[in-house]
Write a protein that binds this ligand. Structure first.
Ligand code: SF4
Length: 55
């Protein structure tokens, strides 16, 4: 199970430095590579838009 980033993402960049796996990619909306995510939740806890949820 990986975390996923919803359409609520405003591409603020807050989460990307929190991921120990380097699983988050930048873009118009950010995304998480499910093959790298270890389900730690670090990104979800810092997202100001509450856009990151367990998939
Ligand atoms: Fe990275 Fe953890 Fe978020 Fe997965 S849950 S994308 S490993 S910070």
């Amino acid at each position: 199970m990986a975390y996923v980033i919803s359409e609520d993402c405003v591409a603020c960049g807050t989460c990307i430095d929190e991921c120990p796996q380097g699983a988050i990619s930048e873009g118009a909306q950010y995304s998480i590579n499910p093959d790298l995510c270890i389900d730690c939740g670090s990104c979800a806890s810092v997202c100001p838009s509450e856009a990151i949820h367990e998939g």
